[in-house]
Design a protein around this ligand. Structure first.
Ligand code: ATP
Ligand code: MG
Length: 202
């Protein structure tokens, strides 16, 4: 098979996990850039069920987050959305996400995409050791967060990739929506309209 002129024996699949409350253009640029640099055939966006690092916070219901993710990714032929995390009961752990996607694509090379802030937590993630067996990890730079340092990461397991900087966070989008401030161009148009139609974040 040929992707971007390179030959790969195996399918190459990116996994972009997130709360996506809501999905924004920072997520989309990160996925698009990793897909390009790593010659990925597909990027699967996986909205979390109950995010383990946000147990103390209020999170929008999973179906709204899932639908916004579908709307945001629909126009890109390489982007798909998976329900594995929202359909699995209980708290979401990345190891379970990787096991489920691996079971669906046993012959694919998996690339887990994560931001500089989230990757700092990686070593503390449940079953970190087995995660390295299941996927390559790509940490993308994110404005306002320092790039992960070699020392906190297992040697050779996580690539750090510089991407076009978008200082957008879901927290800021929610705060803007709450105060009736514009979110145009921070999130895709369909997501602006979905937020308004369903009165999210008010
Ligand atoms: P919140 O503010 O609610 O935490 P968020 O903007 O951080 O939301 P998440 O759903 O928590 O979005 O992030 C999913 C993944 O995307 C994480 O790995 C995060 O680091 C990464 N990410 C989020 N925003 C950006 C951005 N602007 N640039 C690069 N990576 C990002
Ligand atoms: Mg976050």
């Amino acid at each position: 098979r040929s992707v971007r002129g390179h030959w790969h024996d195996r399918l190459r699949i990116g996994i972009m996990g997130g709360t996506f409350d809501p999905i924004h253009n920072g997520h989309l640029v990160a996925a698009s850039e990793v897909a390009w640099v790593y010659d990925l055939d597909e990027v699967i966006f996986v909205p979390t069920g109950r995010p383990v690092f946000k147990l103390d916070k209020k999170v929008t219901n999973a179906e709204d987050r899932y639908l916004m993710t579908v709307i945001a990714t629909a126009s890109n032929p390489k982007f798909t959305v998976s329900r594995v995390d929202i359909d699995r009961p209980g708290v979401t752990y990345t190891i379970d996400t990787l096991r489920d996607i691996h079971a669906q694509y046993p012959d694919a090379d998996l690339f887990f995409i994560t931001g500089a802030d989230a990757v700092a937590e990686i070593a503390r993630w449940k079953d970190a050791a087995s995660m390295w067996e299941l996927a390559h990890f790509v940490a993308v730079t994110r404005p306002g967060y320092s790039s992960p340092e070699g020392s906190v990461l297992p040697a050779g397991r996580v690539d750090v990739l510089e991407i076009p900087a978008l200082a957008i966070s879901s927290t800021d989008v929610r705060r803007r929506a709450e105060h009736d401030e514009p979110v145009w161009y921070l999130v895709p148009d369909g997501v602006v309209q979905y937020i308004a139609k369903h009165g999210l974040y008010r």
